[in-house]
Ligand binder design. Structure first.
Ligand SMILES: O=P(O)(O)OC[C@H]1O[C@H](OP(=O)(O)OP(=O)(O)O)[C@H](O)[C@@H]1O
Ligand code: HPA
Length: 195
């Protein structure tokens, strides 16, 4: 079965490429610094939201790890749901926003917090925030682990209400963020060498 054989070879080659990518990557933010940023975000979220019975919506897939780490730092009652909107779809450049899964917990009258890994050009967050307002949320806040520093924002001056860290203008991966679908599990924030 040559096709299957070729497939195995491709995967083996890709495995090797991905290992080399990680070995050569620049670590922009190490794990202790990420942990400190999460502590700080959690403290600010607690100050603002601890009495409001908020709903946290994880933006899949990238928001998964930040959401998990953030939620375990919050000692007040809250609900959790997710939505899946993507505009990179495994690539390194963003395109049209594609809604894969809409949230299930109704937003009307609720204090909503959107959690994602990165605010890059901001088109994803801007669309999601608009969705939340249209859905009748009582308030809408956004929390992102990192914001990328550049002047290509989709909406001028768009900022997250809670931001953990700033990163330079390079393609980054780790702590939820992928490089071509891989390395969301990398423990810190990295940039491929030369990118
Ligand atoms: O600020 P922007 O330029 O809009 O980019 C930020 C978005 O891009 C990534 O998602 P992606 O579309 O890659 O999907 P993923 O979460 O499945 O990786 C990331 O998780 C953010 O949601
Ligand atoms: O730099 C990035 N890395 C991973 N995912 C992303 N989504 C937007 N920007 C990025």
């Amino acid at each position: 079965m040559p096709e299957q054989h070729d497939g195995h070879l491709e995967i083996a080659q890709y495995h090797n490429d991905m290992k080399v990518l990680m070995d050569e990557a620049d670590c922009l933010i190490d794990l202790p610094a990420v942990e400190r940023a999460l502590d700080d975000m959690a403290e600010r979220l607690t100050q603002s939201l601890s009495d409001s019975m908020p709903v946290f919506y994880c933006v899949m897939n990238g928001g998964l790890i930040t959401t998990g780490h953030l939620l375990t730092r919050l000692g007040f009652p809250l609900e959790v749901d997710y939505l899946h909107a993507t505009r990179y779809r495994g690539g390194l450049r963003g395109g049209e926003l594609f809604w894969r899964v809409s949230p299930e917990v109704p937003m009307a009258g609720r204090h909503v917090v959107i959690v994602d890994d990165i605010l890059d050009e901001g088109a994803t967050l801007a669309s999601i925030l608009e969705y939340c307002h249209q859905a009748g949320a009582a308030s809408v806040s956004s929390a992102v682990l990192v914001e990328k520093m550049h002047d290509r924002k989709a909406v001028p001056d768009l900022k997250a209400d809670y931001c953990g860290l700033e990163v330079e203008d390079r393609y980054v991966f780790g702590f939820g963020m992928d490089y071509k679908g891989y390395w969301r599990n990398a423990p810190g924030i990295f940039a491929p060498r030369g990118l």
